[in-house]
Design a protein around this ligand. Structure first.
Ligand SMILES: N[C@@H](CCC[C@H](N)C(=O)O)C(=O)O
Length: 266
């Protein structure tokens, strides 16, 4: 039997497993089975906390479809709560410094990348105003914040068909590693409303890296200067970034319950 914690950041929910003492052999199929909301435990992402040579802990991230990915902003805020103290976390996207704040955490998410091959895109293109279009969406921006994001600034979010456009764009050959699809509307000074179709998970109530990428794109496009409040279906995040610097993300983290499961059944 193995123990796990159910946690979430703004309703983006996680099964978090402590693999520091006893390692668990996580495969794509096993991660997908655990994440299954009908036949498994259910989550948007499965998080494995392990030992690290150069940080307090390591964090591995698996999407609900079983794919292992580089970054997850909302899960990163849950790690200090899970471990019980401020932590330096080794991820595939680099070292992340996560500190507890009242009700959540504040994380240095590192510096964003904008080169076409760092997103990555399939061929060279300006990533601030991309030469690409899908139906009547405006030209998007692309930002890599450890994982790949494309951002559409639309006039009215309520007119967007997320369920149709999200998977269409996620799987477009322009994005060889697929992509997280962000639909954003500027609703005030330094204030954005955001809905994210996540790569490997679909529509979620919140995406921390999506909020980071969108705030960065808004500052790059000179739509605002920040700090930016990003209002997602699950609640608000505050993202601070200035050109040349790293991104600071601050927001809630919640522990829901602890459980036990027999991993050999998955
Ligand atoms: N929910 C996460 C992002 C999880 C990974 C993403 N779906 C990807 O495939 O890159 C967040 O809060 O950032």
């Amino acid at each position: 039997m193995g123990r796990f914690s159910k946690m979430h950041g703004l309703g983006n929910d996680f099964v978090v497993i402590d693999a520091r003492e006893s390692a668990i052999d996580m495969t794509e199929a096993r991660a997908r089975a655990i994440a299954d909301r009908h036949a498994g435990i259910g989550c948007d992402q499965l998080i494995l906390i392990g030992q690290s040579d150069d940080a307090d802990v390591s964090m591995q991230i698996f999407n609900a479809d079983g794919s292992e990915v580089e970054a997850c902003g909302n899960a990163t805020r849950c790690v200090p709560l899970f471990v019980g103290r401020d932590v330096l976390i080794r991820t595939r996207a680099g070292l992340l410094d996560a500190k507890s704040v009242d009700g959540g955490a504040s994380v240095d998410m590192g510096a964003p990348r904008f080169d076409w091959d760092a997103i990555p895109l399939a061929y060279p293109m300006d990533t601030l105003t991309m030469n690409a279009s899908w139906e009547d969406l405006p030209a998007p921006a692309a930002v890599n914040v450890g994982n790949p994001h494309v951002i559409f600034f639309v006039d009215d979010l309520d007119t967007v068909n997320f369920d149709r456009l999200g998977p269409l764009i996620e799987h477009d050959p322009l994005f060889p590693q697929r992509v997280n699809v962000n639909f954003a509307q500027v609703i005030g000074d330094n204030h954005i409303r955001l809905v994210v179709w996540e790569r490997g998970a679909g529509l979620t109530r919140a995406c921390g890296t999506g909020a980071c990428a969108t705030a960065v794109a808004a500052v790059r496009r000179k739509l605002m200067t920040g700090p930016v409040t990003v209002s997602l279906p699950g609640g608000d995040l505050v993202i601070a970034w200035a050109p040349g610097g790293s991104i600071r993300m601050t927001g809630p983290a919640t522990h829901v319950f602890d459980g036990e499961a027999d991993w050999s059944r998955f």
